[in-house]
Design a protein around this ligand. Structure first.
Ligand code: ADP
Ligand code: GN1
Ligand code: MG
Length: 358
């Protein structure tokens, strides 16, 4: 089936009056779902083919996202949330999920006049994006996190990620171990992070977490460049705010993309780190505990290391999880994230001092 036929069928399913003139084109750089912009002369919406290998229960995924959407909408209605909100579109059959051509699809309202970024340009942009993630966290602070289904259990459980890694190293099913022995040895040397993380988690309140606060999951307004909406709510689950803080550091602070080969430039930009910490903390004032703030340093280390570990695990596992453009892609992503993690360790004193002044 060609893309025009897909566009027309899905445009009809989601009730667009001029469906026969629909076309689709890819948008974004996500590694899991396939995201498309569907356009007709009168309408535009975002279509996503969801990855049911990664998300075994797509019904639960949509249920979670809709609960968050409803909670934020109620806040917005009384002036307590000022960002735009991702909205699922119901199909003609009154479902949020539509089966088409062997895949499961959903439609989201297009948030118009916005753009996303893969690399943060400056401290102002870091501040506005982190502040929006902070507003999102604050607006969900009175939402019972237990209502959210664990769509990917143990998503940020470093002990479990380490076990998955050890399993793929031991099985060496794709015969890739020898070529990345240095990276593998490096990972084994970092596993003291597991106890450090577990010790700090014991002192923290369970929160609603976004769990994927990378910079391209933020929309910015075309006219003002302010943050416009937090998107990609698929991994919203209970957890600790250190995850969301750490994932922001990982994706905001490097001047290079996550798969850049320019490793000498993969460094933490300290002005961006400070701006993002200020931006995130501002809406959480009066809600966040001192222990949580303290945990952000561990989050910075853990999230950067953990995604490197996950990329390396996937490389050793034959690229079964993240979408890749070529055979070395996951290994290159891992090397990039380990370079950033090394820089975080090298800048420990500076980064901790920046955090403790806030
Ligand atoms: P993925 O799971 O593939 O990462 P996202 O939900 O993050 O999917 O969407 C991928 C990209 O599509 C985003 O980075 C953004 O550029 C664009 N996008 C997604 N949803 C919307 C929306 N509702 N309005 C405008 N742009 C969107
Ligand atoms: C994936 O879907 P996307 O591209 O926003 C991944 C995140 C990783 C990220 C790395 C469900 O996010 O956990 O941090 O890639 N999402 C899932 O870029 O595994
Ligand atoms: Mg995304």
């Amino acid at each position: 089936m060609n893309s025009t036929q897909t566009a027309i069928i899905l445009a009809k399913q989601f009730g667009l009056s001029d469906a026969l003139q629909a076309s689709i084109s890819p948008i974004g750089n996500g590694h899991i779902n396939s995201t498309l912009l569907l356009k007709t002369p009168k309408h535009a919406l975002v279509l996503q083919q969801l990855n049911n290998q990664v998300f075994p229960s797509l019904t639960s995924l949509v249920k979670n996202a809709r609960l968050i959407e409803q909670h934020l909408s109620a806040k917005k209605a009384i002036g307590n949330y000022n960002l735009n909100i991702i909205r699922h579109i119901i199909s003609c059959d009154e479902n949020y999920l539509v089966e088409h051509n062997g895949g499961t699809w959903r439609a989201l309202g297009l948030i118009e006049h916005t753009y996303s970024e893969d690399v943060v340009n400056n401290a102002e942009q870091a501040y506005t994006a982190a502040n929006a993630f902070g507003q999102f966290a604050a607006a969900l602070a009175d939402f019972d996190a237990q209502q959210l289904h664990a769509v990917i259990p143990d998503f940020h459980n470093l002990a479990m990620r380490a076990q998955q890694f050890k399993n793929v190293v031991n099985s060496n099913a794709f015969n890739r171990v020898a070529q990345c022995q240095a990276e593998i040895d490096f990972c084994f040397e970092q596993f003291n992070l597991i106890t450090e993380l577990e010790a700090i988690e014991a002192s923290l309140p369970v929160r609603v977490c976004h769990n994927d606060t990378k910079i391209n999951n933020m929309l910015f307004c075309n006219h003002t460049d302010n943050a416009s909406a937090v998107i990609d709510l698929d991994t919203c689950m209970s957890g600790y705010w250190l995850y969301d803080f750490g994932d922001m550091v990982r994706t905001f602070c490097s001047p290079e993309q996550e798969d850049s080969l320019n490793l000498t430039k993969v460094k933490i930009r300290e002005d961006i780190f400070l701006a993002l910490a200020k931006g995130y903390l501002a809406p959480l004032k009066g809600i966040i505990t001192p222990q949580e703030k303290h945990s952000f340093w561990v989050g910075t280390k853990v999230m950067t290391f953990m995604i490197g570990l996950r990329f390396l695990t996937d490389y050793l596992d034959g690229d079964s999880y993240f979408s890749v453009k070529h055979k070395q892609h996951n290994l290159q992503r891992a090397q990039n994230q380990f370079a950033l993690y090394r820089d975080i360790l090298a800048k420990q004193n500076t980064l901790q001092a920046l955090l403790s002044q806030l």
